[in-house]
Design a protein around this ligand. Structure first.
Ligand SMILES: [Zn+2]
Length: 274
């Protein structure tokens, strides 16, 4: 049954699963120059967002960028989670040690990469499998890769943000919704999705267990992005999956792993309820 959208209830945990932080070293746009959190944090606090997953902006050296994000996470470990940003081609041959270091030193609990840098590789997927980490991969509309990822790495959880297209490519988002329904280890986030009915359709058909709330802050307003999730009018239990439960299920094995401890072997998260 739908309910009226309203402000967060006290005690509701809201995790923004997609936010950038730190400096880039480019000069083409906000995405590779700087992701400053000051305004984001004020907006997130006002919206009732209590925790945020951070990863770098575009950078020419992700080892450096991850360090900076790691320092931010380390300063407020109760406030932030961190994901390791990798470049599938430039970092080829050293993905695992790079990621492992961020898990060990900063408690990072996922891997992020972007098709704009390079297409995902087996090395990235293998690292995620070995370290039991979810992979957040912006496919830039190349949604067909979800079939390959799900087929080759059924025990790795993949989050393809923006329903597969930040550019609001309707064809890609509609095609991706079918993949979200079919593959238990393929997830998405709500960040930047504009066509509301496409998002609503994805939640209805794939189930609230397959969608994570994300804002793509600090460039998008986290309160505005959160309002979109509230406007889905879901049952509180289903809404809570999107706002926090799904992320915790995907990232918890890594986030709660003891420092320097071995990665616990695990399969993909159990297929969520509809
Ligand atoms: Zn982003």
């Amino acid at each position: 049954m739908a309910r009226e959208p309203g402000p967060a209830q006290p005690g509701d945990l809201v995790i923004d699963a997609h936010c950038h932080a730190g400096s880039g070293d480019g000069l083409s746009g906000p995405w590779d120059t700087a992701a400053r959190l000051g305004g984001y944090l004020r907006r997130a606090a006002a919206a009732g967002i209590s925790r945020t997953t951070l990863f770098a902006a575009f950078h020419s050296d992700y080892a450096v960028a991850n360090e900076e994000v790691g320092r931010i996470v380390a300063r407020s470990p109760g406030r932030f989670f961190g994901f390791a940003f990798v470049h599938a081609e430039r970092d080829r041959g050293r993905i695992r040690p790079m990621v492992e270091r961020t898990v060990r030193d900063f408690g990072f609990c996922g891997i992020k990469l972007h098709r704009h840098d390079a297409a995902i590789t087996r090395e990235v997927c293998q690292t995620a499998r070995e370290l039991s980490l979810p992979v957040l991969y912006d496919v830039m509309g190349e949604v067909w890769v979800a079939d390959l990822l799900a087929g080759e790495y059924p025990d790795v959880n993949f989050i393809l943000p923006h329903l597969g297209s930040f550019a609001d490519d309707w064809r890609a988002q509609v095609a991706f919704t079918d993949q979200l329904v079919r593959h238990p280890n393929i997830y998405t986030d709500t960040s930047g999705v504009r066509r509301f009915d496409v998002l609503l359709d994805a939640v209805r058909r794939a189930g609230p267990g397959k969608v994570l709330f994300g804002s793509d802050g600090p460039w998008l307003h986290p309160g505005l992005e959160l309002a979109k999730v509230r406007l889905l009018g879901l049952e509180p239990r289903d809404e809570q999956l999107i706002l926090a439960g799904n992320f915790l299920r995907l990232a918890r094995p890594a986030a709660t792993r003891p420092a320097n401890g071995p990665a616990a072997p695990r399969g993909a998260a159990a297929a969520p309820g509809r």
